[in-house]
Design a protein around this ligand. Sequence first.
Ligand SMILES: *Cc1c(COP(=O)(O)O)cnc(C)c1O
Length: 387
Amino acid sequence: MNVPLLDLKAQYQTIKEEINKALLKVAESQYFILGPEVQKLEETIAKAIGAKKAVGVSSGTDALLIALMALDIKPGDEVIVPTYSFFATAGVVARMNAIPVFVDIDPVTFNIDPAKIEEKISGKTKAIIPVHLYGQSADMKPIMEIAKKHNLQVIEDGAQAITAQYKDGSYVGTIGDIGCFSFFPSKNLGGFGDGGMVVTMDEELGEKLRILRVHGGKPKYYHKIIGGNFRLDAIQAAVLNVKFPHLKDWSEGRRKNAGLYTQAFIESGLAEAEGITEFDDNNKVLLPKAVYKENGIREYHIYNQYVIRVNKRDELKAFLKENDIATEIYYPVPFHKQECFNGLESSKDDYPVADFAAAHSLALPVYPELSGEQIEYVVEKIKEFLK
Ligand SMILES: *Cc1c(COP(=O)(O)O)cnc(C)c1O
């Protein structure tokens, strides 16, 4: 049995006619830059997640970059980021000539550990970028309290988590000052190329983001501020407008598959019921889990990735590959170990949880079109390897 990490062709087959029609419509209109499709997508997403303003941009990375620009992050300012994320989270900070300051992650969720943030705050700290890794909200309540106490801005990196919800029901991206999303094809809502979005609850900030997106000019050719070309293409917006109504079903499909994995791992004796054990056993796997709960309400995890932790990870990955099962490591090198960040003060600190995650984590295929048989096959093969 072949189990790819993602099967975008299968998804395309289910919406092919609608997508092709939308693409043709853009071709006929020859209207490529911003315009009605982009506006429609912005309005749809703002409404769906309860944001005041949404601004379509050129990628998830540019969403983070334009957010830092809008919040006036200056050279030498410090910005707190988890040390375990996709490179862009820290890369954008360095590109602003600001200084990324790393914080270790929570051992269960892999999200920034709020208890370790305050010790990293200095007089130069201006912002925190929590990441909602794998589609699971970071623990925003303590993060927002810390931000308020120290007068810091919060940029949410929701690139993997569009429409995920925190335990109080808030959609990620609407809790901090600015929320950032990516439409990279492998995200839950993926375009036919690069794209992204920034959202905010602050009208004024929304207007500033809109101006920064077109080089900072308003009116056109008159520049009070310096922005860049951060525009979302009409063609991407047209595709995303077709896809967005399906997003809920796709996320539900991923959640269902995550549940099937978890159940199969527990039934096979490879994991404890609650999913979290001390990691002392060569023959066990640690499972991901939705953990944030309040008044009986659980967070809404959208499982952009289903990531287990396991000993002999690299050998397991190779064994699964031999059996036609694709997996991926998100991420093999935390920021504090990246060569380009060698010179940073905070690279010298210890991050045992992130180091552990980098050495043990393995993402299994969890895309919505995956079948129950494929999931059983994956768990069976993992069991075969571990026993
Ligand atoms: C994908 C991703 C980004 C960057 O998004 P692009 O659209 O690829 O630029 C940023 N942060 C995280 C956590 C991501 O997963």
